[in-house]
Design a protein around this ligand. Structure first.
Ligand SMILES: Cc1ncc(COP(=O)(O)O)c(C=O)c1O
Ligand SMILES: N[C@@H](CCOP(=O)(O)O)C(=O)O
Length: 394
């Protein structure tokens, strides 16, 4: 296992842990799967499904051999995260227009969002380095997840949260777990820049998705979904696009499954952004060579109020590898999809509903064929963000 710069490929495995290479690139964990016996792993992963209250009962640590094989078990900080539901829904099938649609409810994680899959690994890594002060910039879900795992690990969490345009439910949840909250006048993007520049001086271990261990944990989402479907992968996987950790970790997980022979082809990926916060979609659609940050991101899906996405290069590489696409949806389209997801009994927060809205739009424009199958990732719990409730039709 190595830690390599995604841009210039410099090897940082033997250096002290940091977030950016001298060239400005982010890091990536690179595994050597040559010696891995895929058949043996497949059997082991199936056996672990019946375990209870052991580390391997976690939907992340069940796959430890593919995520962080070298980590001594004593450092693992787990709340048996993952193990989230995969639902087929007839009403959403009709709404999105594809032959079959599954919803992967990452909202069922212990802190109520997909972040837990990555945070359990980042916090376990931090403990292995003896770090006590853990930090993040957040619109509320990363902070809730970090605060929960930091409390479990006996560490202190420091979270930088925008003063405006965040769900106060998430901030209260973060506070309740005992984190220290620093409200900032800017956005998530300002918080990330601050941490990038000051983490060393402040002695902070940063748990945002610029941390490659977050990505290693989050890739387990697609391992778990593929295992539930007996390793038959749908034609399309649809993820929301904010800071792009879903997109990047999905690409990495798919690549692992393909290289190990667990799946026989790579599915196509669609990244859905909210129209008011869609710099990545605009870059891909306009064929621009670099990301032009959105200085004032604005969407009712407050979790995606992000304009300067640190991981855009990794996400761009994932899209070309999977022959994927991007799309943007309006707040109205997000809310219409959310109402249907909620009324189907599954439920989610607005940012998650962007996936279903995006799938509907891509099917209507025939980019996705009605005869294809799709899996939409629902990222956050229905109780996380009430911004949209009052607008429901009856
Ligand atoms: C509930 C929810 N959905 C979607 C997103 C966007 O996902 P990503 O940042 O991985 O692109 C976020 C924030 O990151 C979120 O909290
Ligand atoms: N919606 C996110 C934004 C943070 O993204 P991250 O991938 O850097 O953790 C949040 O919940 O804060």
């Amino acid at each position: 296992m190595k830690l390599i710069c995604f841009e210039c490929k410099s090897d940082y495995s033997d250096k002290s842990f940091q977030y950016q290479c001298h060239c400005g690139g982010l890091f990536q964990v690179v595994h050597d799967f040559k010696a891995v016996d895929s058949e043996k792993l497949r059997r082991m992963f199936a056996e672990r499904l019946s375990q209870r209250m052991s580390m391997h009962a976690s939907g992340v640590w069940r796959y430890k051999e593919l995520i962080y094989p070298e980590l001594p078990e004593a450092f693992v900080t787990t709340k048996y995260e993952g193990n989230t539901g995969l639902y087929a829904s007839e009403s959403l099938q009709a709404y999105t227009g594809v032959r079959q649609v599954w919803l992967k409810a990452q909202s069922e994680n212990p802190s109520g969002s997909f972040k837990d899959n990555g945070m359990t690994v980042a916090v376990s890594h931090a403990r292995s380095l003896g770090k006590q002060k853990l930090a993040c910039s957040s619109t509320g879900n990363t902070s809730s997840s970090l605060a929960m795992y930091a409390a479990l690990a006996g560490c202190k969490a420091y979270v930088y949260v925008p003063e405006r345009q965040v769900s106060e439910n998430k901030i209260k949840q973060t506070l309740a777990y005992g984190a220290e909250i620093i409200r900032i006048a800017g956005t998530y993007d300002d918080g990330i820049r601050f941490l990038e520049q000051n983490y060393e001086e402040l002695g902070l271990y940063v748990c945002n998705s610029i941390n490659p261990w977050r990505i290693e944990g989050q890739k387990s989402m697609i391992y778990e979904a593929a295992q539930s479907l007996n390793w038959k992968i749908p034609d399309w996987i649809i993820v929301p696009g904010g800071a792009l950790s879903n997109a990047v970790s999905l690409g990495k997980g798919l690549n692992d499954l393909y290289m190990l022979g667990f799946i026989d082809h790579l599915p196509k990926v669609a990244v859905v952004q909210a129209e008011g916060a869609s710099p990545f979609h605009r870059m891909i659609e306009g064929n621009h060579p670099t990301l032009i940050p959105e200085l004032q991101p604005q969407t009712i899906a407050s979790a995606m109020n992000i304009g300067n996405l640190p991981s855009w290069r990794k996400a761009q590489a994932m899209l070309s590898q999977t022959k994927g696409v991007t799309v943007s949806v309006t707040d109205e389209e997000i809310l219409a999809a959310k109402q249907l997801i909620d009324r189907s009994g599954i439920g989610c927060e607005p940012a998650s509903a962007a996936t279903v809205a995006g799938l509907r739009k891509l099917t209507a424009s025939l980019i996705i064929d009605p005869d294809e199958t799709a899996l939409c990732v629902l990222t956050g719990h229905i109780l996380k963000d009430f911004a949209s409730f009052l607008d429901y039709d009856n």
